[in-house]
Design a binder for this molecule. Structure first.
Ligand code: ZN
Length: 107
């Protein structure tokens, strides 16, 4: 068995891991990069969605010229559930590995 056998660690896998283990306060919308905001409590954990007006399904914030359907897609697409797995150590590892394996993708 050599490194690289079995599961491929792609940049996408690293992004998924980072998103899964980042604490809620540091989560960003995958669509626009805005911070996420608490939206509801469910069985799987606390649900967060994009905080930007462009992602609001609420009529109260209709100031936005983005059509409702687009805002709904944005809102749903940004959904993230806090399952209590946040781990700064895992995030640190993911970032270190990304910087080593995919230097062009490291931020
Ligand atoms: Zn967004």
């Amino acid at each position: 068995m050599t490194p690289g056998d079995g599961m491929m660690i792609t940049p996408e896998v690293l992004d998924q891991l980072e998103r899964r283990y980042l604490p809620a306060a540091e989560q960003k919308c995958v669509i626009c990069g805005a911070p996420l905001t608490f939206s509801s409590s469910g069985e799987g954990g606390n649900r967060y969605n994009c905080s930007s007006a462009g992602a609001s399904p609420l009529a109260a914030t209709l100031r936005s010229d983005v059509p409702l359907l687009k805002r709904m897609e944005h809102y749903r697409g940004s959904a993230w559930t806090d399952r209590g797995e946040a781990s700064p150590h895992v995030v640190e590892l993911v970032r270190a590995y990304r910087a080593m394996a995919f230097p062009e993708k490291a931020s």
